[in-house]
Design a protein around this ligand. Sequence first.
Ligand code: SF4
Length: 69
Amino acid sequence: MRASVDPDLCAGHGVCVVTCPGVFALTDDGYSEVTVAEIPADLAGPVRRAAGQCPERAITVDGGPAAAR
Ligand code: SF4
C-alpha cells in the first residue's frame, strides 16, 4: 500500500499529520508529504482515515481498498 499527496491540492492544514504522524509530515514550506515508501500494515487504517479527512482531497491511497472519501 502506498500513499501520495498532490502538491497542487494540499493546502497545508496538517490534518493528515495529526491523524497519522507516522506517514505524513509537513515540509519546511508547510505542505504535507508522505515520509514512507510502503505503508506499514498497522498504519493502513490511519492513512485511509487521513485521506478521508483531508479537506482538499489531496491524498491518494493505492494498493489497498479505496480510501473512505
Ligand atoms: S490534510 Fe490534506 S490539505 Fe491538509 S496537509 Fe494533509 S494533505 Fe495537505
